[in-house]
Design a protein around this ligand. Structure first.
Ligand code: FAD
Length: 468
């Protein structure tokens, strides 16, 4: 096996493995150093993929319990088989991570299992769990070491009763009462899973809204729908401590603005207050690689750090902590290293919450447009007026399109509704091509589809919706 490469990627998550594949496609010799036994990083092992497997399975359970009867499908004796649900999730994860192994072999990427440390520009040390450290040489090094869960001061994680998302993906029984700390995407998704399976779910959030950063109107409607599903929200509230007793956990909370303390009794606490960049053990300080005050690696427009030949992408650099952002950066960075011109359009990165209904957004929110003093028009269309949504009995939510008042260019889109995460991509492509609301409104949409709600919202921008 060679020890000298054009590119060494440290981290085999969606940023790192995609960069490795793209660089290999462009003719570079590539190695990837990953300390986990399986490839795919957070996303495939303990993130996007296992959470979506549990979301899909729990959705089917709820449908069988509550939604099929309205379609004339009578199901009785619906029972949860949690071990099978978990086994399905594990199979999905294994199939996906093995898929990356296959892609590495196909693209002749060499894989090293161990912790990577940059000893000097062009030199990566790999230390396996057992065995000797080995030094590899590279013309370029790409750091793609991702992120981990943000700790909550005073709360000790045991991944059994006080868990991060990782523990929430492997609970061996349905908690009676789950308290989720943090009303972001991960907390609401995992809360949905366990809520559907029978847990009482209370969400404690420091801010006075859920899903901070989301378009305010959408977030309000979203919260209302989640409440109807049984979620309880304690907004403007902070967690100050947790006492683990034999049969329960006593969580201490108090108003974020100050006030009297109270306790919440529960059996599982999920701490989901965000993620932080992970760069431990890489030797960044000794190498002189700059990081910002939150620990993100500082990069230039070409993903290069302040040390020549050392690049960084994905969750360990600033920007939305999303798998598709990491992947696109991986492609762009590999292309730049190979002497081509790679580029990511950061204005058009979709973000999706995979609850039911889903919430999907791209571009600017109404609040951002107001803050920027941009004159805009709004077009909205509810799924309750969409034939396909009615047929499926899935009428919660609406499409909201924001367009420049003068040019009609689409500036943002926010969808709360069935399959919003799939629907949003019509707008993503449109925005990439600089579409006006008129372009979307005049594009023929298949009938009957959920996508027609987008066309109607685009028509609504010009006050000429047909079906409402
Ligand atoms: C529960 C959960 C659900 C999520 N759902 C979604 C979703 O639906 N959609 C979405 O877009 N995003 C989602 N995310 C976020 C997504 O997982 C991350 O944005 C994405 O994985 C970032 O990719 P990355 O390649 O930058 O880093 P990671 O995926 O974190 O990969 C980094 C890899 O580097 C390895 N590593 C670290 N240091 C070293 C070292 N020194 N040597 C060798 N290896 C090292 C780590 O073991 C890891 O495998 C979710 C995250 C979580 C936790």
């Amino acid at each position: 096996m060679s020890t000298s490469y054009d590119l060494i990627v440290i981290g085999g998550g969606p940023g790192g493995y995609v960069a490795a594949i793209r660089a290999a496609q462009l003719g570079l010799s590539v190695a990837c150093v990953e300390k986990r036994a399986t490839l795919g990083g957070t996303c495939l092992n303990i993130g996007c993929i296992p959470s979506k497997a549990l979301l899909s399975s729990s959705e089917k359970f709820t449908e069988a319990e509550h939604a099929l009867a309205a379609h004339g499908v009578k199901v009785s004796g619906v029972k949860l088989d949690l071990p099978t649900m978990m086994a399905h999730k594990d199979t999905v994860v294994a199939d996906n991570t093995k898929g990356v192994d296959f892609l590495f072999k196909k693209n002749k990427i060499e894989r090293f299992i161990g912790t990577g440390r940059i000893a000097a520009p062009g030199k990566v040390e790999v230390t396996p769990d057992k065995g000797e450290t080995q030094t590899l040489d590279a013309k370029a090094i790409l750091i793609a070491t991702g992120s981990d869960s943000m700790p909550l001061p005073g709360i000790e994680i045991d991944e059994e009763r006080i868990v991060t998302s990782t523990g929430a993906l492997t609970l061996s029984q349905v908690p009676k009462h789950l308290v989720v700390v943090g009303a972001g995407a991960i907390g609401l998704e995992m809360g949905s899973v366990w809520g559907r399976l029978g847990a009482k779910v209370t969400v404690v959030e420091f801010l006075d809204c859920i899903t901070p950063g989301m378009d305010g109107e959408i977030a309000k409607h979203f919260q209302r729908i989640l409440k109807k599903q049984g979620f309880e929200f304690r907004l403007g509230t902070k967690v100050t401590g947790a006492e683990k007793l034999k049969t329960k956990i006593k969580l201490t909370v108090e108003p974020a603005a100050g006030g009297d303390e109270e306790t919440l009794d529960c059996d599982v606490v999920l701490v989901a207050i965000g993620r932080r960049p992970y760069t431990e053990g890489l030797g960044l300080e000794a190498l002189g690689v700059e990081t910002d005050n939150r620990g993100f690696i500082t990069i230039d427009a070409h993903y290069q750090t302040n040390v020549e030949g050392v690049f960084a992408i994905g969750d360990c650099v600033p920007g939305p902590m999303l798998a598709h952002k990491a992947e696109d950066e991986g492609v762009a960075c590999a292309e730049i290293i190979a002497g081509e011109t790679g580029h990511v359009n950061y204005d058009v990165i979709p973000s999706i919450v995979y609850t039911w209904p889903e919430v999907a957004s791209v571009g600017q929110t109404e609040e951002q447009l107001k803050d920027a003093g941009i004159d805009y028009k709004v077009g909205k269309f509810p799924f309750s007026a969409n034939g396909r949504a009615r047929a499926a009995n899935d009428t919660d939510g609406f499409v909201k399109l924001l367009a420049d008042a003068a040019t009609d260019q689409v500036l943002g889109a926010h969808i709360l509704g069935p399959d919003a995460g799939t629907l949003i991509h019509e707008i993503v492509v449109g925005m990439e091509f600089g579409a006006a609301a008129e372009d979307i409104a005049r594009t023929c949409h298949g009938h009957p589809t959920l996508s027609e709600a987008i066309k109607e919202a685009a028509l609504a921008v010009g006050d000429r919706t047909i079906h409402i």
